[in-house]
Design a protein around this ligand. Structure first.
Ligand SMILES: C[S@@+](CC[C@H](N)C(=O)[O-])C[C@H]1O[C@@H](n2cnc3c(N)ncnc32)[C@H](O)[C@@H]1O
Length: 314
């Protein structure tokens, strides 16, 4: 079965147009893989394949009996898939991982790695519309087969919905004012590019402009890709499938994600009714997030907001 899968993957790669030059420098590479791989013969998931930096490092540490599944919802990553019998590529949102594991008859996992959000490629590839400096249309879809784009959010969501998105996902305190003005102005205009929306939003900026713009665009991106819903499903399903002693390793890039991960890892499974003792899902977890070294932050500015948490299944 596995060699057929390999052939299929090989053909998929050959048939894909490979039109992308996918570039991304992996963050916390050694720290994450050290934490993840405990059994070199195990079954592992890298649910955010991206440029494949983490997957390639995992494969180096696995033996011939091991398997690694790589998930990504963006077809562009096909440009980087390894030709390795132990690697199986799945183009899907990681929220469906349980369904795929059932399909492949995998009952237990040794480790799951997620390096959340978008990659450098998404910002650098102009047509994708993630950057506030981009001339591209307001798109922001990681999965290009989905229909909802950032411009649809701006043009169709209610004032209350827009306020919630900018406040909760962007942590912008003037969210309500921005939402009110969008609803008013969109009667007469449609923002035809990221940069035109960024120009329009200049009036609302406070503090450091670029940081503020990044938060504004982040809020739209989280909504378009339903990032927090997918993360919650990932945490639940990955945890269920982990073996005792299996590792969950999550790298996140904003406080909303990190909070979700932190709260999940310290969650109680049950409370002993007689003694009042708490049973936890994980036997250990990172109380403090692990962050990139100063040297890494210096070399890779995109690593600066990274926070990694590791948990071991009880
Ligand atoms: C930060 S990058 C990962 C980089 C990768 N670790 C590397 O070393 O190159 C995140 C990747 O995860 C993908 N991604 C984000 N959310 C996803 C989801 N819910 N399901 C599947 N893929 C997702 C993005 O398309 C992107 O390619």
């Amino acid at each position: 079965m596995i060699s057929l899968l390999w052939l299929k993957k090989f053909l998929d790669v050959k048939m894909s147009e490979q039109k992308y030059n996918y570039h991304h420098v992996p963050v916390l590479l050694n720290e994450s893989i050290e934490a993840l791989v405990q059994d070199p013969s195990g079954v592992y998931l890298d649910v955010t394949y991206g440029g494949g930096g983490h997957s390639k490092e995992i494969l180096k540490r696995l033996d011939d009996k091991a398997f690694l599944f790589g998930f990504d919802q963006d077809d562009a990553v096909k440009a980087n898939l390894p030709l390795d019998d132990r690697f199986i590529w799945i183009k899907s949102n990681f929220k469906y991982l349980k369904k795929y594991m059932e399909y492949f008859k995998i009952e237990k996992l040794d480790g799951v790695l997620a390096d959340l959000g978008v990659s450098s490629f998404h910002f650098d590839e102009d047509g994708r519309g993630f950057s506030f400096q981009s001339q591209a249309s307001l798109d922001m879809r990681m999965n290009q087969e989905q229909s909802l784009r950032a411009i649809d959010v701006l043009m169709n969501y209610s004032e209350a919905q827009l306020t919630a998105i900018f406040f909760e996902y962007g942590e912008l305190t003037n969210a309500k004012k921005i939402a009110q003005r969008i609803v008013q102005d969109r009667k007469n205009r449609k923002w035809d590019s990221c940069i035109s929306f960024a120009h329009w939003a200049e009036d609302f900026v406070y503090g450091k402009r670029n940081k503020w713009m990044a938060q504004l665009f982040q809020a739209l991106r989280i909504e378009v890709n339903q990032e927090l819903t997918s993360l919650q499903m990932l945490l639940e399903d990955a945890t269920e499938l982990l073996k005792p002693e299996g590792r969950l390793v999550i790298i996140s890039y904003h406080s909303l994600e990190d909070r979700l991960v932190k709260n999940w890892m310290k969650k109680e499974r049950s409370i002993d009714m007689i003694y009042g003792r708490k049973n936890y899902i994980f036997s250990s977890w990172s109380k403090h997030a692990i962050i990139p070294s100063e040297a890494e932050q210096e070399i890779n500015s995109r690593s600066r907001s990274a926070k990694m948490r590791v948990a071991t299944k009880a």
